[in-house]
Design a protein. Sequence first.
Length: 278
Amino acid sequence: MKRNVLLLFSKLPEPGLVKTRLTTLKDGMFEPEQAARLYECMLLDVVAIALSAFAKEGRRHPDEAFELVVSTAPAANAAAMEELLAKAGLGPVAVIVDEGATFDEHYDHAFAQAWERGADRILSMGADMPALTEADVTGGFDALRRLDAEPRGGIVLAPDQEMGVSIVGWTRQTPFDHGGVFYNASGLTVLPAYVRKAKEAGLPALYLPPVPDVDTMADLFHAVTLVEALGYCAPFEGAEPPRRTGGALRDLGIDEVRVMPNELRDPRSHLDGGAGRP
């Protein structure tokens, strides 16, 4: 039986330690407690969406197993993470602790633990992606299945909106790691770092649809529009929406985004037959 693991990296949602770029500690507009609550809702939504996708994947692939593993740090936070997920009624979810001197090492340590748990395929992502859909999860594992036929495996990756990667994974036989990818010493951003690393190793890579995450206020404003759209569309697709994030945004009073007219658009008078409409 093939074992599929979704490895979810998440800090505990502690004020002042998560999403600080959304807070007045940096250049955001929220108090640290508000940003932490928003991050908690994003985390719980990502877990719920992944578990819903697993239920459907289990029916599509009854000969495969699916496991959601949350990797957190430091070790002192593991019990609190388990309690948070249990109180939300989300499970089954395993919680592990990743360690290392760099983010690359933390990532590799979590992957190593997932392989030790018997994973044949790992799809990894962060918890700050309220626009994640069940299709992103199932599509990621479908891509990994395609790589089973490759003697040396291969990687799958989905870009985020800022030259990085929101989803990445590979198969057990793939000779690959995260070394030199994050905070690259030469300034290379994460997406090309993964691609070039795969190219140098002679490994195939499969491109997944982009999934935006939320780090900055601009990211959040974009997410507001996506969460509204997903909240409306998901019931028609029989899918799990980011309902908790939607509620948190309403509580924060930013469930709607409006912008000033953009006067930098290309001229249209030669197309519209006049001055054009505002």
